[in-house]
Design a protein around this ligand. Structure first.
Ligand SMILES: [Zn+2]
Length: 248
């Protein structure tokens, strides 16, 4: 590791090399290719799926927030159809990979992107505004574990979980995607497999805040339940009673 100045540089090289040899595309399971080393965001590419992945790695636990790049370009990026997906990786002090999670970009909503303070006028990049990704704002269905506390998750299981919600990629609009993801996240927050419509209506206020231009939140919840049923995520048991089909 001679020639590398800091521990963080060493870690970057180690994790990127590890990713290049050990990681794979969660959608098709083929090996990923290292993107151009100086490319702004793209760290890895699957040429079969035309997917790009950005790797965020950290020593120790991830915590509630993950530092990312410029705030404005992140929001622009999430609004585009082919924005890169994410790999979140954390490693032990011995540089052993502890957790590796793939997060499809369509699971990261603007509510999960927090604006950081502008850099002071004394900083090298004065005025620059970065962002954090708030992990609790990401639905569990969009956190696809590849390595779970040092143990390797079966590849087919990874793929099934990725494919289960891939329909979100082809949503009609960012707005309709965000409705589906929001209702999916509300169902998860109930922490129960069987639930009622009234239980979901408890999120009406929260959903109204996220979608201030919509005055028919309850109608929208019911519409999204039908949509999620058609996509095999929710089962209708009887009027007003539902069952979440577990993510694999
Ligand atoms: Zn692929």
């Amino acid at each position: 590791m001679q020639g590398y100045k800091s521990k963080s540089q060493i870690a970057k090289v180690l994790t990127e090399n590890w990713m290049a040899s050990e990681s794979y595309c969660p959608s098709c399971l083929k090996q990923l290719k290292h993107a151009r080393p100086n490319a702004k965001v793209l760290d890895f590419t699957c040429y079969d799926c035309s997917y790009d992945f950005e790797l965020k790695s950290k020593k120790g636990a991830f915590g509630k927030k993950i530092n990312d790049g410029a705030y404005d370009s992140m929001l622009q990026r999430l609004a585009s159809d082919n924005s890169p997906h994410f790999f979140f990786l954390n490693y032990s002090p011995e540089y052993k990979v502890q957790n590796l999670i793939a997060v499809p970009s369509y699971f990261i909503q603007s509510s999960a992107v927090e604006k950081r303070k502008q850099l002071s006028s004394l900083a090298k990049r004065a005025g620059w505004v970065g962002c954090n990704i708030i992990t609790s704002e990401i639905a569990e269905a969009g956190k696809i574990k590849i390595i779970d506390n040092f143990s390797i998750v079966d590849r087919e299981k990874v793929r099934r979980k990725w494919l289960q919600t891939k329909f979100l990629q082809n949503s009609e609009s960012i707005e309709s995607r965000s409705w589906a993801v929001d209702v999916l996240r509300c169902i998860e927050l109930l922490k129960t497999t069987d639930f009622t419509l009234n239980q979901l209506y408890q999120f009406e206020h929260d959903l109204a805040k996220r979608h201030p231009r919509n005055n028919h939140i309850k109608d929208k919840i019911r519409q999204q339940l039908q949509f999620l049923r058609d996509k095999g995520i929710v089962e209708f048991l009887s009027p007003g009673f539902y069952r979440a089909i577990p993510t694999v």
